[in-house]
Write a protein that binds this ligand. Structure first.
Ligand code: NAP
Length: 444
């Protein structure tokens, strides 16, 4: 199987989908050494199917803003691969959302969901809607209009959306409310990330950030190291960043940064749980990260900068795609950073990954390191089917177990060298499971 021919074919077919090409190239290059000795998986038509969504739904989302004006957004759902279970993946509300972004995210999701060992297919969706600065009423009307189109395409055995950038517990509540009304049944497993008040799993909110730190700890343990006393730069100030920071500092690390799309917050002496709780209150009231230093001494926020300039031992990119580029990687290496684990999806550019790896930095790709979120979404679906909620301790135990197994699989397929190759390990382990399901189900 010739990988260059496959990638060139993707470029010719959809020349503008550069994020998708980046994700597909990353996956295929991670698979290349394994595929050389695997005639079972050598048929290019297997890859043609793996890389093409089973179905894409695109729809108009008309809604009325607080001034009485009609607004129109574009909604999407990419139903990528259903061979392992119902399509599963988050919804993103952000102005940058388009088919390119969602195809890259859906492909990452295919490998990630396969890695969890749970019965989860893959999907991704969202809209080019910007929730920043919108009132609660506007958010609710937008979510209702979005679901008025999507409801016919989802269900607990069909397609199960969750949150992503711009879609948190509030949005999931409004989306589920409208789904329930239109569907005329309380099919609670049709959406995950719900409040525990109506069928959500305990620890789902924390799961991606906590799971990232668990995965990082397994990476460190493999090299006889620990988190204790490490300086960690975290990017983002949303769901993943917030809970990655919380778990890291609970495990004895010093978290020195957070960030958002406007700049970065620096805490030279480390963030505390109190800082994070103040940030929660600021955000609940519609405020932003730059307001945190107004409430606590020893914190600074600077516009227009990224967190990677501050010397750290570990970097956790938890904001968005391609937020850590080659120049950032050079600065991190020069300043002594030795570990990068991805809370966000594809936050590190191809060139940056090459620079980090060639300088001995341990690199944990998002498809493995941030799988804790979808894993607990899978556990939420189980609890919904059982009609019985599990305790926080039970969910945390299962999350630990899943992250440990994912790490173990990465070593199984990528651990031959002095340092494990987590890209190769995650790509191969996820691919083998989904490829086996596809091959055994025939050409569909
Ligand atoms: P979120 O709660 O909406 O937070 C996103 C954060 O990233 C915000 O602080 C946002 O800042 C920042 N950000 C967005 N665009 C940016 C840009 N262009 N440059 C710099 N910062 C930017 O979203 P999230 O759920 O934490 O998701 C973050 C990442 O994790 C995404 O890549 C997502 O796909 C991935 N992920 C999420 C989950 C999950 O369970 N939520 C699971 C797996 C992976 P502003 O407020 O300024 O926009």
């Amino acid at each position: 199987m010739d990988i260059d021919t496959l990638i060139n074919g993707l470029r010719e077919k959809d020349p503008h989908q550069t994020y998708f090409h980046q994700a597909a190239s990353g996956l295929l290059e991670g698979l290349a050494p394994f595929l050389r000795n695997q005639p079972r998986y050598a048929d290019p038509s297997l890859f043609a199917r793996l890389l093409e969504p089973e179905r894409v739904i695109i729809f108009r989302v008309p809604w009325v803003d607080d001034q009485g004006r009609v607004q129109v957004n574009r909604g999407f759902r990419v139903q990528m691969n259903g061979s392992l279970g119902p399509y599963k993946g988050g919804l993103r509300f952000h102005p940058s959302v388009n088919l390119d972004v969602l195809r890259f995210l859906a492909l990452e999701q295919t490998i990630k969901n396969a890695l969890t060992d749970l019965p989860l297919g893959s999907g991704k969706g969202g809209a080019d809607f910007d929730p920043h600065g919108r009132s609660d009423g506007e958010i609710m009307r937008f979510c209702q209009a979005f679901m008025a189109e999507l409801f016919d395409h989802i269900g607990s055995d069909v397609d199960v959306p969750a949150g992503d950038i711009g879609v948190g517990a509030r949005e999931i509540g409004y989306l589920f409310g409208m789904y329930r009304k239109l569907n005329r049944s309380h099919d609670s497993g049709a959406i995950t990330g719900k409040s525990p008040v109506f069928g959500g799993s305990l620890l789902r909110t924390e799961a991606t950030g906590y799971g990232l730190v668990y995965f990082l700890q397994y990476m460190l343990q493999e090299q006889q190291e620990s988190l204790e006393g490490r300086r960690i730069a975290v990017s983002g100030a949303g769901n993943v960043a917030r809970y990655a920071a919380e778990k890291a500092l609970a495990e004895g690390a010093t978290v020195i940064t957070l960030s958002d799309s406007r700049g970065a917050l620096h805490a030279p002496n480390g963030l505390t749980q109190e800082h994070l709780e103040t940030l929660d209150r600021i955000q609940e009231e519609g405020g932003r990260l730059h307001q945190l230093p107004e409430h606590h001494d020893g914190l600074t926020y600077e516009s227009g900068i990224k967190p990677w300039r501050f010397p750290c031992d570990i970097a956790l990119p938890c904001a968005t795609q391609n937020e850590l580029d080659e120049q950032d990687a050079r600065v991190l290496v020069e300043n002594g950073c030795r570990w990068v684990a991805e809370g966000a999806n594809m936050p590190t550019t191809t060139e940056a990954i090459a620079h980090l790896v060639s300088h001995g930095v341990g690199y944990g790709p998002g498809k493995a390191a941030n799988a804790g979120g979808v894993a607990v979404s899978g556990l939420e679906m189980s609890q919904n089917s059982l009609r019985h909620p599990w305790s926080r301790e039970e969910v945390d135990r299962r999350l630990h177990d899943i992250m440990s197994r994912i790490h173990h699989k990465c070593l199984e397929y990528g651990g031959q060298g002095k340092r494990p190759d987590y890209v190769q390990g995650a790509s191969v382990a996820g691919f083998v499971r989904v490829a086996e399901a596809m091959l055994r189900q025939g050409v569909v």
